[in-house]
Write a protein of this length. Structure first.
Length: 266
C-alpha cells in the first residue's frame, strides 16, 4: 500500500491568493510540467544531477520545488536511502503536481520520509539551524523580490544567509538562476522537438504559453525586480553569505547558471 506523504493543505480560496501566487499559481502551474519535456530543461536537470550528492541518512530540502523534478533526482541518487526529503513551494498547484509523481518513486517512500510544505520564500525558512545536509533550488531564488523586509539584491543576500543558516557545516547548496541579460526565446527555439512532438499536440499550446510567461519573467529581470546578475556577482554574494568550493556550469540553452557550493566552517 502506497504511503501518503505529508501535505500542507492551503486554507485560503483563490480569491485570497497573493499577487505572487496568482502569477506562479493556477495558470502557470497548470502548464509548467510541459517545460520538463523540453531538451534544454532536461539538460539543466542533468547538470543538477551531476552536482548533487545525497547519501544514506541525510536530510535534504528543495526550495521552490515546482512540479518536483529535483525531488526525483535527489531520491534516485540516494537510492531512496535519504533520511528525509522536504519539498517546499509557494503554490498548491505545484505541490499537487509533485504529490501525483510521488507514487512512482522507487523504492517506495516510508511514511513521513517525504514532506511537502507550502511556504512563501519571502518569509524566514520554517526550519531549525543546521537542520539539513543539502539544499537545492532551481530557477526560483532570484525571483524573490522581498525577504524579511529586504528588497532587491539585499533580499537575495538575506535569502542566501537563510540557506546557510539551515545547512550543516560542509553541507551542499545547489541552485540555478537565469543568467544576466537572459534571452528565453533561445530556450523556446531549442525546445522545438518537444513543441512539435506529434504524439503531444497540446505542446503546440503549452510551448508558446510557457514562452509568454518566460518573457514576463525576463522583463522583470531587466527591470531589476528579479536579480539576474553577472556570474561574478553571484559568486561574491555566495562567498559573503558563508559558502565556498563554488563550482559553476551553464545550461538551459546557455540561459541559466548552475551553482554548487558548500557551507564554510565557522
Amino acid at each position: 500500500m502506497q504511503n501518503t506523504p505529508t501535505y500542507a493543505k492551503a486554507s485560503e480560496g483563490r480569491q485570497n491568493l497573493s499577487e505572487e501566487e496568482k502569477f506562479w499559481g493556477p495558470k502557470y502551474g497548470s502548464i509548467y510540467p510541459a517545460l520538463e519535456e523540453s531538451e534544454p530543461y532536461q539538460k539543466l536537470l542533468a547538470q543538477i544531477e551531476e552536482f548533487v550528492d545525497p547519501i544514506q541518512g541525510e536530510k535534504w530540502v528543495d526550495l521552490g520545488t515546482g512540479s518536483g523534478a529535483l525531488i526525483d533526482i535527489i531520491w534516485n541518487k540516494s537510492k531512496g536511502q535519504i533520511s528525509q526529503l522536504v519539498a517546499l513551494d509557494l503554490t498548491d498547484v505545484m505541490l499537487e503536481h509533485l504529490k501525483r509523481r510521488l507514487p512512482f518513486l522507487k523504492p517506495e517512500p516510508r511514511e513521513g520520509q517525504i514532506k511537502l510544505i507550502k511556504h512563501d520564500l519571502s518569509k524566514r525558512l520554517p526550519f531549525e539551524d543546521e537542520e539539513f545536509d543539502g539544499v537545492t533550488a532551481s530557477l526560483v531564488l532570484t525571483y524573490i523580490e522581498n525577504h524579511e523586509g529586504q528588497k532587491g539584491i539585499e533580499a537575495l543576500k538575506a535569502l542566501f544567509s537563510e540557506v546557510n543558516r539551515i545547512l550543516k557545516t560542509h553541507a551542499q547548496f545547489v541552485w540555478t538562476t537565469p543568467k544576466y541579460k537572459v534571452n528565453f526565446t533561445k530556450v523556446f527555439l531549442a525546445s522545438w522537438k518537444a513543441i512539435l512532438n506529434p504524439k503531444k499536440l497540446k505542446n503546440l499550446y503549452y510551448g508558446p504559453a510557457i514562452l509568454r510567461y518566460a518573457l514576463k519573467i525576463q522583463k522583470k529581470g531587466k527591470k531589476g525586480d528579479y536579480q539576474f546578475l553577472p556570474e561574478e556577482q553571484f559568486i561574491k554574494i555566495l562567498e559573503n553569505a558563508g559558502f565556498e568550493n563554488i563550482k559553476v556550469e551553464h545550461s538551459f540553452a546557455k540561459q541559466a547558471i548552475v551553482f554548487s557550493s558548500t557551507k564554510k566552517q565557522k
